[in-house]
Design a protein around this ligand. Structure first.
Ligand code: ZN
Length: 151
């Protein structure tokens, strides 16, 4: 990754951490789940409203490191208007990037907003921080209301 790009991505992560999107309760949630990453101590509560098979609102709350919070924030901006199957597809794409080998080429354009987390693959300890929100949304959508642990 080019150093300028890395810097830009770090800035995006810091911005989302400082001013997370959709950091709110969803009073009329139809689906919710709690996520916990014991390795880092990241905790989040995620709530969604699904109407007619489409995610119409989503919010998260909790505390954690910058990467876990930024990832949850970006995730919430990406899944509104999507069906659960489309969310699964995004999760798969995200997972394959952050767990890919550092030597593998990444198509940053195709990844869109998820590209900011590509650098996480260089830090295996942070992969679970980045993936927590996605594991949690997947659990919520698939009606698994118990706490999801990344372990
Ligand atoms: Zn973390």
């Amino acid at each position: 990754m080019k150093p300028e790009l890395r810097e830009l991505y770090q800035q995006v992560i810091l911005d989302h951490n400082k001013n997370p999107k959709n950091f709110k309760e969803i009073p009329e949630a139809t689906h919710q789940s709690d996520g916990y990453n014991p390795l880092c101590g990241d905790k989040l509560h995620l709530a969604l409203k699904v109407d007619d098979g489409v995610v119409t609102d989503v919010g998260f709350q909790g505390s954690g490191c910058a990467i876990s919070k930024a990832s949850a924030s970006v995730m919430t901006t990406m899944i509104k208007g999507k069906t659960p199957a489309e969310v699964d597809e995004l999760f798969k794409q995200f997972q394959s990037v952050i767990t890919s080998s550092v030597k593998d080429a990444i198509d940053y354009d195709e990844l869109g907003k998820l590209a900011v987390f590509a650098g996480v693959r260089e830090f295996p300890a942070r992969v679970k921080c980045a993936a927590l929100a996605w594991h949690t949304v997947s659990a919520a959508l698939h009606e698994n209301s118990e706490t999801t642990s990344t372990e």
